[in-house]
Ligand binder design. Structure first.
Ligand SMILES: [Mn+2]
Length: 443
């Protein structure tokens, strides 16, 4: 029987998790660009072209961009603005751009070496021609040079550009504005201006190579979802399910989850950022899994909701279908020129018309890229190359019932395409997958 054969083939594919993901990914996925190990970055020329575009937008003056990464369980994660412009994964690094200079227009400043610290964290490289070639900069020096360099450049082209979008929260002055003030206190006559949304818009419009990496990030995420779904059954813990996904991502080359995985059953499915994953799931409940990996610094973001025993109840299915319909209503509007607010409104209307208006309590979605909540301007029309999530949800705490369906959508020249198309989405497809692919309860 035809369906059986297809089924067998797919099962083989899913079970072979140790195979490189390239063999599991659909042949139509774009080929991955060459990534430079060990940091999974692209070639230095990719970052040089981005700096060139940013300098074109500046015209003149000087810009300082600080590396402001953070440490997590997987090590140092570079800040995305800095990574986008340099590909340099070093803490304490600083980028200086000065487009009106005649000879050297870009400067990479690195933190001083510390032989004792390097015994613990690994040896860093001296400032040599090899290092300049590796990073694609003609001028590489130490960060102690920053003040002198800025006094020099600022007196020649007296504008300091704020390139990074300021973050809300915290009282600290942004580091770029801080150093600008210090230089301005010594060299009068230098103005401060903002580039506004320039860098955010550059980051939001993904080129073909970035899209190939993002597609791979999604495929690895989907493999993890499938492995996790196979562990879903009454009595299993949320943690077992989550661990399966995270194990598979790591095995396929991902460094870290793109965000703290959310795996919530029954009442926990209604807690938007439920972090603990420690409950045993029960027969008749729903399990919400909002979990995805990061690959080569690019985030994925996918959510699915499954019935723990493999079959939706009538009420669960009604809620599920409403969420799916809301997602479809938003998706139908995605194309260049469309506004995010209108997508949100369309999805909300479907949920309100079905009588669940009070239970959709978050926004429809967000841009995805280097960060899971990526740079982008929600007040501007969508453009080709942008990727956003559509993730409507209905959460009814009094019924211990929560449903969210989240997919990543690429804005194309004429419309849109779902990038996360490798997992079942409709209620029927989900039930079929669970009936056919899930190991029997005996396991
Ligand atoms: Mn999301």
């Amino acid at each position: 029987m035809m369906t059986l054969r297809t089924l067998t083939l797919t099962v083989t594919c899913v079970v072979s998790l140790v195979m490189p993901v390239a063999q599991a990914a659909p042949a139509s996925d774009p080929p991955l660009p060459t990534l430079v190990e060990p940091n999974q970055t692209q070639s230095p020329s990719v970052y040089a072209a981005r700096r060139e575009a940013l300098m074109k937008a500046m015209g003149d003056g000087v810009a300082v961009i600080y590396a402001e990464g953070e440490d997590d369980a997987a090590g140092y994660r570079q800040s995305s603005d800095f990574l986008y412009l340099t590909g340099v994964v070093e803490r304490g690094a600083i980028l200086v751009l000065a487009p009106s200079e005649r000879t050297y227009r870009e400067f990479l400043l690195l933190a001083n070496r510390d032989p004792e610290a390097e015994r613990w964290t690994g040896e860093r490289e001296p400032l040599t021609a090899a290092l300049r070639a590796k990073y694609g900069f003609e001028k590489v020096s130490r960060s102690g040079q920053l003040m002198g360099l800025l006094m020099d450049l600022g007196s020649r082209s007296p504008t300091f550009w704020q390139v990074m979008r300021p973050r809300a929260g915290g009282d600290a002055k942004p580091k770029d504005l801080e150093i600008y003030s210090k230089v301005q206190a010594r060299v009068p006559g230098i103005a401060t201006k903002t580039l506004g949304w320039t860098l955010a818009m550059m980051r939001a419009r993904h080129d073909a190579q970035e899209l190939a990496i993002m597609q791979r990030s999604i495929r690895i995420t989907e493999e993890g979802h499938r492995a996790a779904w196979a562990a879903v059954k009454p009595g299993a813990t949320e943690g077992e399910v989550r661990a399966e996904a995270e194990r598979v991502w790591r095995a396929l080359g991902s460094r870290r989850p793109a965000y703290e995985s959310i795996v919530g059953s029954g009442p926990n499915a209604t807690i938007l950022h439920y972090p603990r994953s420690e409950r045993s799931m029960q027969d008749g409940e729903l399990l919400l899994m909002d979990m995805a990996c990061e690959y080569a610094h690019y985030a994925a973001d996918i959510t699915r909701t499954l019935p723990v025993n493999g079959r939706f109840t009538a009420e669960q299915r009604k809620v599920y279908d409403t969420v799916l319909k809301a997602q479809a209503a938003a998706f139908a509007l995605v194309k260049p020129g469309a506004y995010y607010e209108d997508l949100d409104k369309a999805a909300r209307k479907v949920i309100e018309d079905a009588g669940y208006g009070d239970y959709f309590i978050h926004g429809l979605g967000h841009f995805v890229g280097l960060d899971v909540h990526d740079a982008g301007a929600y007040h501007r029309p969508l453009e080709a190359g942008m990727v956003l999530t559509l993730e409507p949800g209905i959460y009814i705490p009094e019924k211990k019932l929560g449903v969210r369906i989240e997919d990543q959508v690429l804005v194309t020249a004429n419309g849109a395409r779902i990038l996360s198309d490798g997992l079942p989405r409709t209620a029927d497809d989900v039930e079929r997958w669970m009936a056919e692919r899930r190991p029997t309860a005996k396991r």
